[in-house]
Design a protein around this ligand. Structure first.
Ligand SMILES: Cc1cc2nc3c(=O)[nH]c(=O)nc-3n(C[C@H](O)[C@H](O)[C@H](O)COP(=O)(O)OP(=O)(O)OC[C@H]3O[C@@H](n4cnc5c(N)ncnc54)[C@H](O)[C@@H]3O)c2cc1C
Ligand code: SF4
Length: 323
């Protein structure tokens, strides 16, 4: 690991102050720093200023909205996991959060940092020396993608665990910049480009995420990883499903680890009203398989991860609707 590069550390007390600082060219936000600091030490970023969000109290609380919760972006994963309302009505979020990193990371890792987590690739999450010897790559400093050399887009995988669980809970995100505030669906925060995966405007800050309660749904999150104790997902699947007797009323399936963005599976509504049998599950899994696009960005082949994500989805949906 290299030494940290030189930068100016700023510690605003309000979001207004933070976004004013964030508008400065080359400035970057930091939550718990559990991903950002290792990336800095690997020379993956050289910000002129780092804006530490940890002193902004207005971003640290979880509030009730009537339909659900508004979770501040600086709420730590530990705080999320110990909140009684999360334990009672948002177990899916807790299931995802408790799989993230290790216990000590979760004391400082934040919800906002997890949702904005940089994409990962075996050719990118390496030392400066390693990347330089391979002529860098398209995502940073180079001009070729080692995963898809004929392409002109980075295929690094988004690997945050919270996003798919939040998407199942109909999440929206509150974004603030010097231009004002906007609220968008969480799924629209991302795009399929590993080098430019977040659709944030320059200096825009994720202030909170709003999630809705799911009445009458069965939910579950499961991830597959190489090291069972602490590891990013090779594939993670979140499912929320609602049935009326043995008919499907609603299903939401979201993935992580497979694409350059967390993915809310499209086209599921075609199966609303259908009998929840093998054919219905198989059709839903087919949608998962068609939309998940894992590439050679991890040591585990993309084709294998595509099978894994389909099998995890098959098992989860089957368990939740007893098929
Ligand atoms: C050993 C190890 C294992 C890990 N395993 C997992 C895992 O299994 N699953 C997983 O999801 N993660 C994992 N992580 C990554 C990381 O710990 C978590 O994703 C964590 O939640 C990131 O939150 P943070 O607050 O530390 O983010 P930071 O490192 O502070 O920031 C991450 C990124 O988000 C940006 N950012 C932070 N807050 C905001 C905001 N409010 N608005 C706009 N941009 C913002 C930063 O600029 C940076 O680009 C692991 C890390 C380590 C070191
Ligand atoms: S997918 Fe390609 S461009 Fe993106 S980080 Fe990996 S090697 Fe680099």
């Amino acid at each position: 690991m290299e030494l940290l590069p030189e930068f100016e550390l700023r510690q605003p007390k309000t979001t207004a102050e933070a976004v004013a600082l964030g508008a400065e060219i080359g400035a970057r936000y930091i939550g718990g720093g559990t991903d950002f600091v290792p990336n800095l030490r690997r020379g993956l970023e050289t910000p002129s200023a780092v804006i530490d969000l940890s002193e902004i109290t207005e971003m640290q609380s979880i509030e009730e909205t009537g339909e659900g919760l508004r979770i501040g972006a600086s709420v730590t994963l530990e705080q999320l996991l110990s909140d009684q309302r999360i334990k009672e009505d948002f177990l899916l979020l807790a299931q995802a959060a408790e799989t993230i990193a290790g216990n000590t990371h979760r004391q400082s890792a934040t919800v906002g940092g997890n949702l904005c987590l940089d994409t990962r690739c075996q050719f990118y999450n390496q030392s400066e020396w390693w990347r330089k010897s391979n002529n860098y790559c398209l995502k940073y400093r180079g001009d070729i993608c080692h995963v898809a050399p004929k392409g002109n887009i980075c295929r690094a995988a988004f690997s945050g665990d919270l996003a798919p669980a939040m998407m199942v809970h109909g999440a929206k995100v509150e974004l603030v910049s010097a231009e004002g505030k906007r609220v968008i669906d969480l799924k629209d925060l991302y795009q399929e480009d590993g080098a430019n995966y977040l659709l944030l405007n320059p200096g825009e800050l994720l202030v909170a995420v709003i999630v809705e309660k799911l009445e009458g749904y069965q939910t579950a999150y499961r991830k597959v990883r190489v090291r069972g104790g602490v590891d990013f997902p090779l594939a993670g699947v979140a499912v929320g499903v609602k049935c009326d007797e043995n008919h499907l009323t609603d299903i939401r399936i979201a993935l992580t680890g497979t694409n350059s963005r967390p993915l809310l599976i499209e086209g599921v509504e075609e199966w609303f009203g259908e009998v929840t049998d093998e054919a219905c599950v198989a059709a839903l899994v087919k949608l998962v398989r068609a939309q998940s696009k894992p590439m050679r960005s991890t040591f585990t082949p993309g084709s294998y991860r595509n099978k894994v994500v389909a099998n995890v989805a098959r098992r989860l949906i089957g368990e939740l609707i007893n098929v």
